[in-house]
Design a protein around this ligand. Structure first.
Ligand SMILES: Nc1nc2c(ncn2[C@@H]2O[C@H](COP(=O)(O)OP(=O)(O)OP(=O)(O)O)[C@@H](O)[C@H]2O)c(=O)[nH]1
Ligand SMILES: [Zn+2]
Length: 355
C-alpha cells in the first residue's frame, strides 16, 4: 500500500524536509498500547518502540507518539522499527487525563474531520452535540453531525429534530441516516475524501460501529473477542485503530476516542458559542458574566429571543466548567512549582552544609 493511501501528502513531505528527516523511513502510528506501537509503512505493519533519545527529551505525554502520528523510523530487527521523531501534528484530539487533573492526554492526531454521531431516540440531546463540537473546535478538527437511527422515528418527528438542531448549531454539516435501512449512508460516503482522516465521536450505543461497518462494507468491529493464540480466554480487542476505506478515506477508531466525552469539552467554547462571544463585545462591562449585569448584550438577546435560551444556558454551564478546569490546572502548576522550589532549596542547603 502506498503512503498516500493512509494519508501521506505534500505537507507531510515538506515537514520531513524541514526537519531533516528524509534519511529515515516514514510511517503512521496505527495503534498504541503502553508505549508499544504499531506503525504502518509502505512495506507493511511493524511493531515499534521509541529511541532512548526521544524518551529522555520528552517533557510530557504529548511528546510521545500517538495514533495518527507520522513518525521517522528505522528498521532494527525483523519486522520491528525504532521511532526517532514525530512529525509536527496538524491536529490533536486531547482529553483530560484520568486521575491527573489538569493534564492533557492525546487521543489521536492528524484527524481532519469528526463525525459527531447521535441517535435520534434516547440519546438525542443538543447540549451534548455542542459539547462534542467544542471538543472538535479545541482540537482543530472539522465537525460533521450525523443523526442516526432515523428508522425509529416518523418523518415529521425527524424534520422537527433537524430544525431544532439547525436552530442552535449553525454552519456545521448535518446528515440524517439509518444503519438499518441504509438511508443516508451514501451521503456520508460522499463526504469522505481520499487521503483525509476521520473519526467517530458519540456516546456508547449510538451506532458508531454499525456505521463504520457500513462505510467499510466489512464487519470490522469485533470487540472482546477471545484471544485464540494465547487461548487463555483473555479479552483482547482485535480491531485495527486506523482503517483505510475503499474510497480512500481513513478512519481512526481507538478506545480513547470512544471514551471522549462530556468532561473533555472545556476548551474551544468561543467557537462553538461564537454568537455569544460576538454579542458580548457590546456588553457594558468588559468582565461581564452575562448573568446579572446591567446593559448586558447577551441577556438582552436572550430576552428578545434572538439567542436561544437553552443555547445560552448550555454556554454558561460549559463556561463554569472551563473556569473550574482552568483553576485546577493553575493549582496544579502552583503545587508543582512549590515542589520544584522545595527541591532547589533542599539542594542548596545540602551544598552549603556539604553533606
Ligand atoms: N434501529 C436502529 N438500530 C441501530 C442503528 N444503528 C445501530 N443500531 C443498533 O444500535 C446498537 C448499538 O450500535 P453500535 O454500532 O454497537 O453502537 P456504538 O456507538 O458503536 O457503541 P459502542 O461500541 O458502545 O461505542 C446495536 O444494537 C445496533 O444494531 C440504526 O440505524 N437503527
Ligand atoms: Zn454580558
Amino acid at each position: 500500500m502506498k503512503l498516500e493511501h493512509f494519508g501521506y501528502n505534500n505537507n507531510i513531505e515538506k515537514l520531513r524536509i524541514q526537519h531533516n528527516l528524509l534519511d529515515f523511513g516514514i510511517g503512521r502510528v496505527i495503534s498504541e498500547h503502553k508505549e508499544r506501537y504499531m506503525v504502518k509503512t509502505e512495506n507493511g505493519e511493524f511493531e515499534a518502540e521509541i529511541t532512548g533519545n526521544l524518551r529522555y527529551t520528552a517533557n510530557s505525554r504529548e511528546d510521545f507518539p500517538a495514533v495518527g502520528d507520522w513518525v521517522a523510523i528505522s528498521e532494527y530487527d525483523d519486522h520491528k522499527v525504532l521511532i526517532h521523531a514525530i512529525l509536527p501534528r496538524k491536529t490533536i484530539l486531547k482529553r483530560q487525563a484520568v486521575g491527573k487533573k489538569g493534564e492533557n492526554q492525546i487521543i489521536a492526531t492528524n484527524i481532519d474531520f469528526a463525525f459527531i454521531v447521535q441517535a435520534v431516540d434516547r440519546d438525542f440531546n443538543i447540549n451534548r452535540i455542542e459539547r462534542y463540537l467544542t471538543i472538535c473546535n479545541v482540537s482543530n478538527v472539522q465537525p460533521i453531525i450525523i443523526l442516526n437511527k432515523i428508522d425509529l422515528i416518523s418523518e415529521t418527528a425527524l424534520s422537527d429534530l433537524i430544525s431544532e438542531v439547525q436552530e442552535r448549531v449553525k454552519h456545521v454539516p448535518l446528515m440524517a441516516i439509518s444503519n438499518t435501512s441504509q438511508k443516508g449512508i451514501k451521503t456520508v460516503k460522499g463526504y469522505i475524501v481520499q487521503g483525509k482522516t476521520y473519526c467517530l465521536l458519540g456516546s456508547s450505543g449510538v451506532g458508531k460501529s454499525s456505521l463504520l461497518n457500513n462505510l467499510s462494507g466489512k464487519q470490522l468491529m469485533k470487540t472482546n473477542t477471545i484471544s485464540t493464540s494465547t487461548n487463555k480466554g483473555r479479552h483482547v480487542t482485535t480491531h485495527r485503530e486506523l482503517i483505510v476505506l475503499e474510497n480512500g478515506g481513513i478512519i481512526i477508531d481507538n478506545p480513547g476516542i470512544r471514551e471522549v466525552g462530556i468532561s473533555d469539552s472545556v476548551g474551544g467554547l468561543e467557537k462553538t458559542f461564537g454568537e455569544i462571544v460576538e454579542l458580548s463585545k457590546n456588553c457594558k462591562f468588559k468582565d461581564c458574566t452575562h448573568t446579572i449585569e446591567m446593559d448586558c448584550a447577551v441577556l438582552a438577546a436572550v430576552e428578545s429571543g434572538k439567542v436561544d435560551k437553552l443555547f445560552y444556558e448550555n454556554y454558561l454551564k460549559m463556561k463554569r466548567e472551563k473556569e473550574h478546569f482552568e483553576s485546577t490546572v493553575a493549582q496544579k502548576r502552583k503545587k508543582d512549582k512549590n515542589f520544584g522550589k522545595m527541591v532547589k532549596q533542599f539542594k542548596n542547603l545540602r551544598k552549603s552544609n556539604k553533606y
